[in-house]
Ligand binder design. Structure first.
Ligand code: ATP
Ligand code: MG
Length: 207
């Protein structure tokens, strides 16, 4: 179909290492889906996280399984394996380009993040090009206030136009903390979906 005839679709990109996925990931994605009237949200596990080299991440198929278990009850949420199937580092710019091809030039892409990620955007691969291609939504994360003045200094007009903010119910939850809890034999019940907790126990992850 001609691009001009294609309906505008608003698509959320929820990228992460998801090692493991937890309820704050799901909550921010749902809050942004609703507030920005997104048609769907794609959860995209990162293969080879450029920011996390040096730390041992559990194999991609476990992270993919946990992500699938976590999102399956929400009809607006889907999983995309694109970064796992691609060779090389998980640069978001490549992911966004693939999505533009998949959904057409009319699609509007919204990258869903926590505020800690917004503070690190300047370190991302070809960030100016990425900001020109998609929107970012920074949701409030405990302990990570955003310096809007700094964003304006770094990205100028692009920051005004492409970086949005959404206050969400803040959850002081991180994958790091969940991994430590499992390692210490502590409960992670209600911090991750029940199916993800069962999967972690069954597969003996993070011990
Ligand atoms: P880790 O501790 O391993 O870094 P994480 O909990 O930060 O894990 P990531 O997979 O690194 O999870 O994050 C994916 C995205 O989810 C990032 O944009 C991050 O800012 C966001 N995010 C994660 N946890 C929260 C939270 N509690 N509140 C808001 N955003 C969050
Ligand atoms: Mg993180």
């Amino acid at each position: 179909m001609d691009d001009a005839l294609q309906p505008v679709r608003r698509i959320g990109i929820m990228g992460g290492t998801f090692d493991p996925i937890h309820i704050a990931h799901l909550a921010i994605a749902e809050q942004v889906r609703e507030a920005f009237a997104l048609d769907l949200v794609l959860f995209i596990p990162a293969a080879n996280p450029p920011h996390k080299q040096g730390r041992k991440v559990v194999p991609a198929y476990h992270r993919l399984m946990m992500t699938q278990l976590a999102v399956c009850s929400n009809p607006g949420f889907h999983v995309s394996k694109q970064e796992l199937e691609r060779k090389g580092p998980s640069y978001s710019l490549l992911t966004v380009r693939e999505l533009q091809e998949r959904y057409g030039a009319n699609a509007e892409l919204y990258f869903i993040t926590g505020s800690d990620t917004i503070n690190e955007l300047h370190t991302w691969y070809h960030i100016d090009e990425l900001l020109a291609s998609c929107h970012f939504v920074g949701t409030t994360r405990p302990g990570a206030p955003v310096d809007k003045e700094d964003l304006r200094k770094r990205f100028g007009q692009l920051a005004e136009e492409k970086i949005h903010f959404l206050a969400v119910p803040e959850l002081e939850i991180s994958s790091t903390d969940i991994r430590e809890r499992v390692r210490d034999g502590k409960s992670i019940k209600y911090l991750v979906p029940a199916a993800v907790e069962a999967y972690i126990i069954k597969e003996g992850l993070y011990r």
